[in-house]
Design a protein around this ligand. Structure first.
Ligand SMILES: Cc1cc2nc3c(=O)[nH]c(=O)nc-3n(C[C@H](O)[C@H](O)[C@H](O)COP(=O)(O)O)c2cc1C
Length: 211
């Protein structure tokens, strides 16, 4: 019972209520959305599944990792996140092969020269929960935006990571710190695909208001 109460209190602490709502009127929002570099980056980002073999430099990886380090974390528990930058071709091939066993087709990492894996250690209890997965996902998304900003292709990878988790020997070979499990990842690489602003349906996600 006490444990349940402690978990409830900790969960409540996760959600700090933000201040008063935005002062932007609808037309201002439209202007800001169409003009700011932030929205331009969001409109340019896309999942890239074709890489041209050009090496991703250490400086590019460092810039992408900086985006992960700038990400938020539930209750500030950054030590519960671990990032593994995988460039070793043999390890990339093994992850691809293990995904192929599960999905009956190869190429889950799209031949990317870099795979950045995010692993989490549960913040509360013994199992990963929504805050843990969210911490990982936010870091991956921030890295995807950084990659786009650098002109690099990237793709969110959840499927191959789910497959990886079925292969305990392969997970063990990654040398994760004790208690960490792979959550998701990002392929990164140079690409011949260009990043024009995309024409995206801005009503594709349903929205309801309670006023
Ligand atoms: C949580 C999540 C998991 C995803 N997992 C995969 C994946 O395992 N493999 C893949 O090729 N794409 C994956 N994607 C990419 C989506 O298919 C893609 O984001 C979506 O189709 C929209 O396309 P866009 O990213 O080009 O805008 C994932 C995206 C998200 C947000």
């Amino acid at each position: 019972m006490l444990k349940k109460k402690m978990i409830a209190a900790a969960l409540a602490a996760l959600f700090v209520v933000a201040g008063a709502g935005s002062a932007l009127a609808a037309e201002d929002t439209e202007t800001a959305a169409s003009e700011s570099a932030f929205f331009e980056l969001l409109e340019k980002r896309k999942s890239v599944r074709e890489y041209n073999g050009q090496e991703v430099t250490d400086a590019e990886i460092a810039a992408i990792l900086k985006a992960a380090q700038l990400s938020p974390s539930a209750m500030g528990r950054y030590a519960n996140t671990h990032i593994t930058v995988i460039k070793d071709a043999a390890t990339l091939a093994k992850i691809d092969e293990s995904a192929a066993k599960t999905f009956k087709r190869s190429g889950a990492l799209y031949g990317a020269p870099v795979f950045i894996l995010i692993s989490q250690k549960p913040i509360m209890g013994d199992e990963l929960a929504n805050a843990d997965y969210s911490n990982a996902a936010i870091a991956v998304h921030d890295m995807a935006l950084a990659a786009t900003d650098l002109g690099l292709g990237s793709c969110y990878i959840w499927g191959a990571v789910a497959a990886l988790n079925q292969d305990s020997d392969l997970v063990a070979s990654l040398g994760l710190p004790e208690g960490f499990s792979p959550c998701c990842g990002l392929t990164v690489g140079h690409t011949d695909i260009s990043f024009e602003k995309r024409d995206i349906d801005l009503a594709r996600i349903g929205v309801s208001y309670i006023k």
